[in-house]
Design a protein. Sequence first.
Length: 202
Amino acid sequence: MSFGSRIKSLTGVDITDSTIKGYINDWLAEGAKELINILPNDCLWNVTTNTNLTSSAGSSLTNCKIVDVQRTFNGFDYACRKESGSARGRLKANSGYMEEASKPDPAFYNLNGKLYIEPDPSSTEGGKISYVSFPTATLGESTYTGFPDEIEHLVVLYASIKAAEYQLQNDQDTEVRAPVIQTLKDDYKLGLQAFLGGGNEG
């Protein structure tokens, strides 16, 4: 069953309306992004992508969640600590500041849409960035690419909540809409708690 059909079955929203179609597509994207940002990184390992960094040029990564950043030194990968872009000068070798990065204690920062690693990576001592792209889907689709299968139903619930709130805003029928919205919110909360509490094992 498509996302749109599932949302319609939960809310009764008219998925043939062109305006609502656009809203639903947005809500599906928003819901997936919210969940990826909420989930601990260890719940995202099966949808994580890696990219290598071998110079000081930085890496342009947008519309994604950074899961892990590492830098290789003497054949071992060292986790990079996150620092503010405003502190980049302090990260440089021999800066004398406590934030100073080193090969066994590397750091990364974001600046102007790019991610940088200190000390600068190279072809022999490269950096590796692990990230999860925020997926999108349309109401006509039935599955996401690059998203945990176990919680796709939560995205449907998220979009259904938004759809029901949209209906309430338009018809002001609190007697009908309010119980539906509350049930959807309860199901979303319980589903997320169940997943985080152990539903992701295996």
